[in-house]
Design a protein around this ligand. Structure first.
Ligand code: WQD
Length: 352
């Protein structure tokens, strides 16, 4: 029996596939590669010494999705695939509703047709909008502040309704806080297209020489040093959270949702200082205006996942920074082959 991983060639998806394979599960990747690289599949196979079947299709191609289910014995689905850039969603909301919602509806319809009713859904802490208090627990008020977050909220509501209509479904929504870091081998990592929206890939691109300076978006927040505070979680901890969710879905039906965070908040300056210290690099930065829509502080109350899933983040901030930098050093241009003579040359790149 296989686990179908939509968006399995993406940042969190690829790390989760490695964890699934290392736990002896069979994995099928379904990805349109619009924001990922087919090289990732080869890396996953090399790292796990396992063959990975993958399909390069758009989830909105319902017939193609139908064929994947017809041609494979699928036990469960982990649904990562979706557009995820907050700023882009504000500029082009229709493309987010079209892509994230229609593809999910088609996936769910095909799952129902083939009686596949175990689903882990990649949700996000953005469903909490502007939290009224921290730490943020799962019963906190839900309110999206952008179209991307609204697609996550709408999908969670769809899944809740599906379970209410048919209690044979086993559904878990995982609300990620801020995933950073990379697999310790340096073979997988975050490789955003264009200018990184998120903090850590921007930092690693400054460190590798691809970008001259980090812009810190505001230092006037009511936080320890005025810069934004977030709950950063190692992507390998996040991957393991999906394994725990899947194991639970094998035993019980239901509709559940859990925060995946460490419960600790770090400021932007703390991230920069830690990254510089543990990696012996310098990250030049300038303080600019706050980014529109940014909230001052967000970090999780992680107790529900500990009691409900038996999952707790294990890796600390130093490990996140060391692993993120190893990935970028080994892959100065990410997964793409184009060389950039201005970048630091990576050491002898070796698969480990
Ligand atoms: C973190 C902090 C910025 C970049 C986003 C998405 C959310 C989720 C995680 C998918 C903030 C500051 C950032 C930079 C900076 N993704 N920053 N300079 O905004 O908490 O959440 O990613 O689910 O949906 O909204 O993460 O990494 O963009 O920002 O100063 O160049 O770093 O202001 O305080 P965010 P982020």
């Amino acid at each position: 029996m296989s686990v179908l991983v939509t968006g399995g060639a993406g940042y969190i998806g690829s790390h989760t596939c490695v964890s699934l394979l290392n736990r002896g599960m069979d994995v099928i990747i379904l990805d349109d590669f619009s924001n990922s690289n087919q090289k990732v599949v080869q890396r996953i196979e090399h790292m796990t010494k396992k063959e990975v079947k993958y399909y390069s299709i758009d989830l909105k191609d319902k017939d193609a999705v139908h064929s994947v289910f017809a041609d494979n014995e699928i036990e469960a689905v982990i649904h990562f695939a979706g557009y995820k850039a907050v700023g882009e969603s504000v500029v082009n909301p229709l493309s987010y509703y079209d892509n994230n919602l229609i593809s999910t509806i088609y996936l769910l319809q095909v799952m129902k047709q083939f009686n596949v009713k175990k689903l882990v859904f990649s949700s996000s802490a953005t469903v909490y909008g502007r939290p009224k208090q921290v730490p943020i627990a799962e019963n906190a008020h839900l309110s999206a502040t952008n179209p991307y977050g609204r697609t996550k909220l709408i999908i969670e509501d769809m899944l809740r309704d599906i379970y209410a209509s048919d209690n044979d479904w086993a559904i878990t929504c995982l609300r990620y806080f801020n995933p950073i870091g990379a697999h310790p081998s340096g073979n997988l990592g975050e490789d955003p297209r264009g200018i990184p929206n998120n903090l850590m890939p921007y930092i690693t691109q400054v460190a590798i020489g691809k970008r001259p300076v980090l812009q810190i978006f505001g230092d006037g927040f009511s936080t320890k040093d005025g810069t934004g505070v977030r709950d950063y979680i190692h992507v390998m901890d996040l991957a393991e959270g999906h394994i725990c969710a899947l194991e639970q879905l094998k035993k019980v039906t239901g509709f559940n949702f859990y925060n995946l965070g460490t419960g600790k908040g770090y400021s932007v300056l703390e991230i920069v200082q830690t990254f510089e210290r543990v990696n012996h690099v310098n990250i030049p930065y300038i303080i600019t205006d706050a980014r529109m829509g940014d909230i001052p502080i967000s970090y999780a109350d992680p107790t529900a996942a500990a009691t409900g899933l038996g999952w707790k983040a294990q890796r600390g901030l130093e490990e996140m920074c060391i692993d993120a930098w190893r990935w970028q050093k080994n892959n100065p241009t990410g997964y793409s082959d184009k060389k950039n003579p201005h970048l630091m040359q990576s050491g002898d790149f070796s698969f480990s």
